[in-house]
Design a protein around this ligand. Structure first.
Ligand code: 5RP
Length: 219
């Protein structure tokens, strides 16, 4: 199986966690695009979705899936999203697609976070993938200096503006042994909107695409 086929297998398996008549939280990225394609096949059984990005919203609307504003939704049973890295504690690095802030908000509302990814995303220690940090544009240089003090090597993601009008710093060379502590420390820097560590709100269920097909992992 190719990496993309593994992503697709995980995405299709994640339909098992979608409840009838519910509003589904939907993430962003190439794995989630497969999930949206799969969700479209059962769109008549759900009320609709809440989206974590303009890109996912557009893809769902093209399929005729109703996309609701999160503010009009009290109850979200499931949020389905990908990850750039995930460890055995279900802590993740996310934000490769620059949608981390909205992803974190929708994940916070959902009762269950179902992470879908291919097996290459499973790691022992987070940090090989550069950690995305969404920053208010005028704070970019200040935040970069503070991230250096935390031991990282921030790189400005040129040409990228988030759906919220902000910029992204990708922090290289961090071996993240304390994901919860680092998530908190980075969030405490003035000018940071969010960082891509999902440790305080980790995944609850991992649906992993492997060469033998999709496997459901719970720790
Ligand atoms: C977007 C994300 C994605 O979930 C993450 O980058 C994984 O993407 P893909 O499914 O394309 O590998 O966090 O901000």
């Amino acid at each position: 199986m190719t990496q993309d086929e593994m992503k697709k297998a995980a995405a299709i398996k994640a339909l098992d966690f979608v409840e009838a008549d519910s509003i589904v939280g939907v993430g962003t990225g190439s794995t989630v695009n497969h999930f949206i394609d799969a969700l479209a096949t059962i769109k008549n059984t759900i009320k609709g979705a809440v989206s974590s990005s303009e890109a996912s919203t557009q893809r769902m609307r093209e399929y005729g899936i109703d996309v609701f504003d999160l503010n009009s939704v009290d109850d979200l049973s499931v949020y389905v999203d990908g990850a750039d890295e995930i460890n055995e504690h279900m802590h993740m690095i996310k934000g490769g697609g620059a949608a981390l802030t909205r992803e974190k908000i929708v994940a916070a509302v959902a009762k269950t976070f179902v992470c879908i990814c291919d097996e290459s995303k499973q790691v022992g220690v987070l940090g090989d993938f550069p950690l995305p940090v969404e920053v208010i544009p005028m704070a970019r240089s200040y935040v970069a200096r503070e991230l250096v003090k935390l031991g990282g090597d921030p790189v400005y993601r040129q040409g990228v503006v988030t759906d919220n009008g902000n910029v992204i710093l990708d922090v290289h060379n961090m071996s993240i042994v304390d994901p919860k502590g680092l998530e908190q420390s980075i969030n405490a820097i003035v000018g940071v909107v969010t960082n891509g560590l999902f440790a305080h709100r980790a995944a609850d269920i991992l649906v992993l695409g492997t060469s033998e097909g999709a496997k459901v992992v719970k720790y």
